[in-house]
Design a protein around this ligand. Structure first.
Ligand code: ARG
Length: 577
C-alpha cells in the first residue's frame, strides 16, 4: 500500500535498472499531461550512449504487463513516459487506504528513537514569537514522526541556568518570595527580568550580591536552590498556560532544561581532555573543530570552560548530546531552533563528532526557521514597540475568530461558537506559521490567516466541516459508506481520489525535508480538488443511489484525510463552522 506514484515508481525502478544494468531512479513525478511521468530514460540514455526514446521503450518492455495499475503508457517528447493509472486501480487503492490505520501512509521502514528539542523558552523571560515558531514546528514534527512509527522523545531545553540567575534570585529576595511568585505566575516575566537587570546595572551593591549568589547557586547551597526552584516553577507554570492555549503536546514531563546537564559538564571536560581535544586558549579551555574560522580567518574555538572556571551554553549542549545518545538512546536528534544559533549548533555537532559522541549514521539536524515579521517587515513588535506576548497574541486570535464565526454562522449556539472559535483562531495562527517554508521569514497578518479563502486553516477546516454537514443533512453515518468502492466516472472524482492517495507522499515529503509546509500545500490542494468535485458532482442530488453512495464515500475519505492531516500539524477540525 502506497501512493500510486510510489507503486508505479517501484515497478519501473526494477525495469529501468534491468535495462541500465545498475540501480537507477525512474524519476516518476506527477504530471499535467497524464497522471504521472517517468523521466528516467533521459539520464540513463546519456550514460549508456543510447537514444532516450529507445531506452524508454526497452524499460517498458522490461516492465512487462503493467495493466494491473496502468490504463496506458505512452512515450512522448525526447523520451518521457506518460503514465495513466487505471480507474479500477485507483478505486481499489482508495478502499485499501481507507481501511488502513494510517490512511495509506507508509510506516517507517526504520523506526527508531528521535529526540526533538523544541520550544525552549527562558526562565523569567517572556516567550516571544520565536518560541511560538519553535513550539509549533516542533509539535508538528513530533506528531508526524510518531505517526509513521518512531519513538519520539520531546525535550523542552528551557534556559534555566547561568549567570543571570544571580541577579534574578536577588531580585526575588528583594520583592519578597510571594510577590515575586505572583508576578511571574501571571506572566509578567519581562517586567521581572528588566527590573532585575536595571538594578544590576545601577547598583554596585546589588551587583556584588548577584555575583555572590551565582557562586552559591553553583555550589548547590540549599536556600539558593530553593529560590532558584521558585523562579523555575513559576515560569514553567506560565509556559504551561501558553502551551495549553496553543494546544501542543508539551508537559512538565518534557522539561529538560540546561540545568539538567550540570552533572555532565565535568564529564564533557574530562572526556575531551582524555581524547586530547581540549586545548588552552587565552586562559580558557576550548576545542577547535575543523572548518570553523572567524573573520580574520583564524580557527574559531568552542569555549568549554571559561577562565573563571565557569561552563558555557556550548558545554551543556555537549552534555546534552551525550545524554540523548547514551541515556535516551536517540539515533536522530532534531533542534528546532532559530537561524541565529546555526553556528553554535554546527560547532557543537562538529565537536560531538570529533569526540565520537555522535557516531556515524546518527543524525543531528538543525531545523532552523526565519523570523515573524510585522506588516512593516520588521521583527513583530507590539504597538508600544515591545516584544509581543504570546499569551496576548493567542487571546486575540480567538477573539477575532469568534467574530468571524458569528458572521459566517449566526445561528450557532454561544457555547459551540466559543469552542469553534478556539479551534479556528489557534489553528489559524499555527497554520500561518507552518504553511510557509520554515527557513523563510513570514509576515504576521491577521486578515490573511483568518480568511476563509486561500491557503489558510479556516479554509481547510471549512472543507472538513462542510463534509460533516453533508452527512448531517443526508442523515447518513460516515462509517456506513466506508466499505464502498467509489466509481470514478467523472474527471473530478478521479482527480480527488488520486489526490487522497497522495497523502502518503505528502507526509513523507514533510518528514524527509522536516518541512511542515509540504503537508500544508497538500491539504490545500486536497481542499481545492474537493471544491471542484463538489461543484461538478452533485452528492445528495445525485440521480442514482449508487452514485450518491460512491460520492459520499469520496466525501468521507476527503474529510478523514483532512482531519488527520490537520491533526498532524496540531490543528483541530471542528464539525461545523
Ligand atoms: N533557550 C534557548 C533560546 O531561547 C534555546 C535552546 C535551544 N536548545 C538547545 N539545546 N540549545 O534561545
Amino acid at each position: 500500500m502506497a501512493d500510486p506514484i510510489v507503486s508505479v515508481s517501484r515497478r519501473l525502478a526494477d525495469a529501468f535498472s534491468a535495462v541500465a544494468g545498475m540501480p537507477v531512479d525512474p524519476v516518476v513525478r506527477p504530471s499535467d499531461r497524464a497522471d504521472a511521468q517517468a523521466n528516467g530514460a533521459l539520464a540513463i540514455a546519456k550514460a549508456m550512449g543510447a537514444q532516450p526514446r529507445e531506452v524508454a521503450q526497452k524499460a517498458l518492455d522490461a516492465a512487462g504487463d503493467l495493466s494491473d495499475i496502468l490504463q496506458s503508457t505512452e512515450i512522448a517528447g525526447p523520451g518521457f513516459i506518460n503514465l495513466v493509472f487505471s480507474d479500477e486501480f485507483i478505486a481499489q487503492q482508495l478502499t485499501l487506504a481507507m481501511a488502513d490505520a494510517t490512511l495509506g501512509v507508509r510506516v517507517s521502514p526504520d523506526p527508531h528513537t528521535v529526540v526533538i528539542d523544541y520550544s525552549a523558552p527562558n526562565v523569567a523571560k517572556e516567550m516571544h514569537v520565536g518560541h511560538l515558531r519553535s513550539t509549533v514546528i516542533g509539535d508538528a514534527l513530533v506528531r508526524v514522526l510518531e505517526f509513521v512509527g518512531n519513538t519520539v522523545v520531546r525535550e523542552n531545553h528551557i534556559g534555566d541556568w547561568g549567570t543571570p540567575f544571580g541577579m534574578l534570585i536577588e531580585h526575588l529576595i528583594d520583592l519578597g518570595e510571594e510577590n515575586a511568585a505572583h508576578e511571574l505566575g501571571v506572566g509578567d516575566l519581562d517586567g521581572f527580568y528588566k527590573q532585575a537587570r536595571s538594578k544590576f546595572e545601577a547598583s554596585d551593591e546589588f551587583k556584588t550580591r548577584a555575583r555572590t549568589r551565582v557562586v552559591m547557586l553553583q555550589s548547590g547551597d540549599d536556600d539558593t536552590m530553593r529560590l532558584w526552584h521558585t523562579l523555575v516553577k513559576e515560569s514553567t507554570r506560565y509556559f504551561n498556560k501558553v502551551y495549553t492555549q496553543l494546544d501542543v503536546l508539551l508537559t512538565d514531563d518534557d522539561l529538560m532544561g540546561e540545568s539538567a546537564y550540570n552533572p555532565l559538564l565535568s564529564v564533557v571536560v574530562d572526556r575531551l581532555r582524555d581524547g586530547g581535544l581540549l586545548v588552552e586558549s587565552d586562559g580558557a579551555e576550548v576545542v577547535f573543530p575543523e572548518g570553523f574560522t572567524n573573520r580574520e580567518n583564524e580557527p574559531l574555538p568552542l569555549i568549554i570552560r571559561k577562565g573563571d572556571g565557569g561552563y558555557n551554553y556550548a558545554t551543556s549542549d555537549l552534555g546534552c548530546v551525550i545524554d540523548r545518545v547514551e541515556r535516551v538512546g536517540a539515533r536522530t536528534v532534531l533542534y528546532v531552533v532559530g537561524a541565529p544559533q546555526a553556528q553554535h549548533l554546527q560547532m557543537v555537532e562538529a565537536v560531538a563528532r570529533m569526540a565520537g559522541w555522535m557516531p556515524e549514521g546518527y543524525v543531528m539536524n538543525h531545523v532552523s526557521f526565519g523570523s515573524v515579521l510585522g506588516s512593516d517587515r520588521k521583527i513583530l513588535k507590539s504597538r508600544a514597540g515591545e516584544t509581543v506576548k504570546l499569551a496576548a497574541l493567542l487571546d486575540e486570535a480567538v477573539v477575532r475568530a469568534e467574530a468571524a464565526v458569528a458572521e459566517k454562522n449566526p445561528e450557532m449556539s454561544e457555547a459551540d461558537r466559543s469552542d469553534v472559535a478556539n479551534m479556528i483562531g489557534i489553528g489559524a495562527v499555527k497554520y500561518s506559521d507552518l504553511s510557509t517554508d520554515r527557513v523563510k521569514d513570514y509576515i504576521f497578518d491577521w486578515e490573511r490567516m483568518l480568511s476563509f479563502e486561500g491557503n489558510t486553516a479556516p479554509y481547510l477546516q471549512y472543507a472538513h466541516a462542510r463534509i460533516c454537514s453533508i452527512f448531517r443533512r443526508a442523515e447518513v453515518s460516515r462509517a456506513s459508506v466506508r466499505a464502498i468502492t467509489p466509481s470514478l466516472a467523472e474527471s473530478q472524482e478521479r482527480a480527488l481520489a488520486l489526490r487522497i492517495l497522495r497523502f502518503d507522499s505528502a507526509v513523507w515529503e514533510m518528514i524527509d525535508t522536516l518541512s511542515p509546509h509540504k503537508l500544508c500545500t497538500y491539504l490545500f490542494d486536497l481542499a481545492t480538488d474537493f471544491t471542484a468535485f463538489y461543484e461538478h458532482c452533485p452528492v445528495l442530488k445525485a440521480g442514482h443511489e449508487d452514485t450518491r453512495e460512491s460520492r459520499l464515500a469520496l466525501c468521507d475519505a476527503t474529510a478523514r484525510v483532512m482531519e488527520q492531516g490537520l491533526s498532524l500539524l496540531g490543528i483541530r477540525s471542528p464539525e461545523q463552522m
